[in-house]
Every structure is written in structure tokens, then in C-alpha cells.
Design a protein around this ligand. Sequence first.
Ligand SMILES: C[S@@+](CC[C@H](N)C(=O)[O-])C[C@H]1O[C@@H](n2cnc3c(N)ncnc32)[C@H](O)[C@@H]1O
Length: 318
Amino acid sequence: MLNDVQTFFDQFDHEDITMQWLKASQAALQVKNGNVGRWSAALDLITPDKKGVASVAKPYISITNSTDDQAQLIEGLSKLMPWRKGPFLIDNLALESEWQGDMKWQRLKQHIQPLRGRKVLDVGSGNGYFTLRMALEGAALALGIEPFLLFNYQFMAIKSLTSSCTTAHLLPIRLEDMAPAAIFDTVFSMGVLYHQRDHMLHLQQLKKMMAPEGELILETLIVDGVKGHALIPQDRYARMRNVHCLPSVETLKSWLEEAEFNQIKVINVCKTTIEEQRRTEWIGENSASLEDFLDPSDDNLTIEGLPAPKRVIVIAQQ
Ligand SMILES: C[S@@+](CC[C@H](N)C(=O)[O-])C[C@H]1O[C@@H](n2cnc3c(N)ncnc32)[C@H](O)[C@@H]1O
């Protein structure tokens, strides 16, 4: 799985560092996981007759002319559920993920430095929907990192269908597993900060990966409130167990200042809608989604009585 990445990394001058990333990835793949057999079998089913061409056909990443056996493709993709991120269109098969990723992409696309020719790091990439979008925008390297193995298998499934997106790669590691290297022109951390026990450490680690003129795109959950205010859920938040801290926008900006980022700009704040996060048949047996996580009598509150999900996108410079 890592051979391709290794060959690709060879063109850059950072052998020691990329070697460490690959070693960490190798170690992550060696951790025992009872699902790997099933996921590998799914990949075997997906093997296409020919590799298709990937492009953006909003809201989908579309791959055309990739497979003649759609039943087998559907069987393979179904074994890799739940599909949280997407959506994808494979010939005429719409793989409707829980999240409409294109909505987030449209909110940020006009505001960021064009990705053409840049080295891009996508921290917490999930199955790499956005990593692929970054490659399709012309990134010289679009490197996603995602510790959850299933999402790496989903990425391999999608990549196996296309000969496009050759600059997109995914490694099964956490940001904190990577030897720091100030080489990325653009670093994305989307939907990751609130999962961190130590938000300042995450911001510092992001900064260490950024080239001198590098740009950070940070997307995270926030709450209303003044500078200094943050919500620390005592238990679950919108049914999620691992949500540690939701700052107000002003608090978040102060964290970025403390981490010594420059030119901090808020480009979007919006409430998550059930159009963007929805139930679909591709999320499998546990088909609950946002509408099940909100208070049925007041969609301004989560089921736990906390403020409903609202997200911010902030851009900052190294
Ligand atoms: C909510 S998803 C966001 C996926 C995608 N970036 C998006 O915006 O839709 C967060 C992902 O970050 C991953 N993650 C959490 N902590 C991480 C860390 N320290 N380093 C890398 N990935 C992490 C999780 O496994 C999860 O798949």
C-alpha cells in the first residue's frame, strides 16, 4: 500500500523525513485490526477493467469509464461502509455519502491561495474526498493523513478506479506521529481541532508543517460567545464522544494568535444543516445522522441540550 507513496516522495528532497512518515505508517498498518481481511476483500471486488478519469461534477467527484461490472463494484463499496465523506459518482453510480463535502469546499475555495503547484497537507482527511479535490485543483502533492484505517481503505478503493489524482496520497497516521517538516505550502485541518485533547498543541503542530509563506485553513465547530468563552462538553456532543472543546470565534482567534499565526481571517461561519449532513443508504446499519442528533423540538439545540453545530473557517498565515 505504501510503495506508491514512497516512489512519489522520491521526487522531493526530504528523504529522512518522508522515510519517518512511511515507517510510522507501516507501524500503524501492523496494528492488529480484525476488519482488514474484509476490507481487503472489498478492494479485490472493486478492481476495475480500466482506470477511469476523475473530475469534479458538482457536487460529486466523478470517475467515468472505470468499470463494466457495476454489481461487483456496489458489493465492494458496500463492504466499506459507512461512507461519511464524499459524494462520488462512479460512471452512473452515485455514492451518496453522509456529508455533502462540496458545500464545505465552496465555502472556502474562493478565499484560499490557489493550490496549483503547491504541496498540501490535509490533516484528518477522512477518506480523502477533500485530498482528491486538492489534487484535482492541481496540487503538486496532496497528502492526507488519517489514522482511522477504514477511511484509508475507502481512499484506496476510489484511487484504484482512476488514473487521475496521481498527486493525492493518504497515510494512516496522526499529525503527532509525523516528524515535523516546514515544507507544506497549504495545511488544512478541517473537523479535527475539537477532537484534540490539547488544542494548542494541535495548532503548534500544524504550524511546524508549514513552509515559511505557508497558509493554514482551519475549520472547526464553534459556539456563540465572547473572547475567552468555550464550551467543554461534559459528556457527548451531538452524540459524539470525543468532542473536547468548542471555542467562540474570538477565543479561537486568540488561540491562533497565541500560536503565533499571522493575518488571521474568518471567512465563514455557518450552522450545519441537514442538507449538508444527511442520512443516506451508504452510511450502513447505524444510519443516524444530524437530524437524529438535534433536539426534535428545537433545532438550535443538540439532543443533549447544547448549542447545535455551527462551524467556522479561518485562514491564517505562517
Ligand atoms: C470530522 S472528520 C473530518 C474529515 C474531513 N477533514 C472533513 O472536513 O470532512 C475528522 C477526522 O480527523 C481524524 N483525526 C482526529 N485526530 C487526528 C490527528 N491528531 N491527526 C490526524 N487525524 C486526526 C479522525 O480520525 C477523523 O477521521
